[in-house]
Design a protein around this ligand. Structure first.
Ligand code: APR
Length: 258
């Protein structure tokens, strides 16, 4: 049986009255699906240097190395399954007249858990994009047997451009429509949940302050404190796979009639 988060009466009233909710997720939400996080002990950036793998310059310098690294991550993500945190968030669209799920994750586990709409701020590794004309295709198509590109010559689009992962690299702009929607929603929401993110990468992390300025209830789900923990009305200091189902049950309880 799912635990229910005990919301303090005043907080429960505010959550029960909320009409516009936004949830921001990060790598910590997929950690229980076996996908590593980036920072902190055992994080990807402890083992790899982002400037050598996650920048347009790195891709220009060593396209094969970058593609192989992302091909390996794609394989791990494709083999992973959504966890209880993803499944719980898939129930939120039914709970609020206005709901927006915003993620920094590139694994599409929210969509695979049934979330009908997900704003992907950092793109997705389930697709590849032509660096020149912007055409897209499933990443899996580009990954030949064995998960690497067997050919030194990088695969090219019919326009001659290089195929690359459809993710946002450091130093690149976020997809305009995605960040605009996320910022507009955060600036007008009355409930904002930040789950599984260290809130260190901007502009994503800036959404929390926007929601605070809007007077929203702020809930943070993270075993570790973050730079924005002080803004939280409620901190759930533990795993998203435990706290998000419990929080969802609490919200369902305080929003159900009678
Ligand atoms: N449940 C909830 N939170 C967790 C869990 C868990 N099971 N496990 C770890 N965390 C927390 C960590 O304490 C940490 O604060 O998740 C957070 C993950 O932080 P990061 O590794 O920094 O990941 P994220 O915030 O998503 O990174 C943002 O940085 O590297 C870039 O583009 C990449 O989208 C990524 C962005």
């Amino acid at each position: 049986m799912t635990e229910i988060v005990a919301l303090a009466p005043r907080l429960a009233r505010r959550v029960a009255a909320a009409r516009r909710a936004v949830v921001l997720t990060g790598a910590g939400v997929s950690e229980e699906s076996g996908l590593g996080t980036f920072r902190g002990p055992g994080g990807l950036w402890e083992e790899f240097r982002p400037e050598e793998l996650a920048t347009p310059e790195a891709f220009a310098r060593r396209p094969r190395r970058v593609r192989d690294w992302y091909a390996a991550r794609h394989r791990t993500m494709a083999a992973a399954a959504p966890n209880a945190a993803h499944r719980a968030l898939a129930r939120w669209p039914a709970l609020f007249p206005s709901f927006l799920l915003v993620t920094q994750n590139i694994d599409q586990l929210h969509q695979r858990a049934g979330s009908p709409e997900v704003v992907e701020l950092h793109g997705t590794l389930m697709a590849a994009r032509c660096g020149s004309c912007g055409a897209r295709r499933p990443m899996a198509e580009l990954i030949l047997a064995g998960g690497t590109i067997e050919d030194e010559r990088p695969p090219r689009c019919s326009c001659g451009g290089l195929w690359r992962p459809d993710v946002v690299w450091f130093g690149e702009e976020l997809p305009g429509e995605a960040i605009d929607r996320a910022q507009r929603a955060a600036a007008s929401c009355d409930l904002f949940v930040s789950a599984g993110t260290s809130a260190t990468v901007f502009p994503a992390a800036g959404l929390i302050a926007l929601a605070r300025q809007a007077g929203a209830v702020i809930i943070e789900v993270n075993p570790e404190a973050t730079a924005f923990s002080d803004l939280a009305d409620l901190r759930l200091p533990g795993a998203a796979g435990t706290h998000l189902p419990a929080l969802t049950a609490a919200i369902e309880a305080c929003r159900s009639p009678g």
